[in-house]
Design a protein around this ligand. Structure first.
Ligand SMILES: [Cu+2]
Length: 153
């Protein structure tokens, strides 16, 4: 009788522990519906800026960062800090009609978007912090104001 009850206690303890683990695990975070965030690289008048230049993300959520370049020159979206703070699911290059023409897997550090072009960076932030290294790495652009701050909460 004593042996049976201690066996039951052990079984209950193991079952409770297993359930706790299930309750804590969030599963595959890359399978969520993405939160879309749009950033324009420059503008039609030739401004050297990101619009917006302050970005905010939360850890554990899937983001689709849509980078569009409406200007007549090439621009980069470059942040070493962001590349180290996220898990990248994929990057996508969009054609003129908005359809996906290329999908890139692996870690991304910077994306160069050509005039009129659009690229998407799908990622899940895994680390909090304030990243002040967003910039366009084309000579003179960061100095001209093409910088930004990324906050991950
Ligand atoms: Cu630029």
């Amino acid at each position: 009788m004593k042996k049976t009850s201690s066996f039951i206690s052990l079984f209950v303890a193991v079952a409770v522990f297993a359930c706790m683990n299930l309750a804590v695990a969030a599963g595959d975070l890359t399978g969520q519906d993405p939160v879309e965030v749009k950033v324009r690289l420059g503008d039609e008048k030739g401004a050297l800026r990101f619009f917006p230049d302050q970005l905010e993300f939360e850890t554990g959520r899937l983001y689709k960062l849509v980078l569009h370049n409406p200007s007549t020159m090439k621009h980069y979206f470059s942040s070493e800090g962001l590349s180290r703070a996220v898990f990248t699911r994929k990057a996508q290059v969009l054609g003129a009609d908005g359809s996906t023409i290329a999908e890139i897997k692996g870690q991304i550090r910077e994306i160069e978007v050509y005039p009129g072009g659009t690229a998407e960076w799908w990622f899940v932030p895994v680390k909090t912090g304030t990243l002040k290294d967003l910039n366009c790495s084309i000579a003179g652009h960061a100095e001209g104001g093409m910088t930004g701050t990324i906050t991950i909460k």
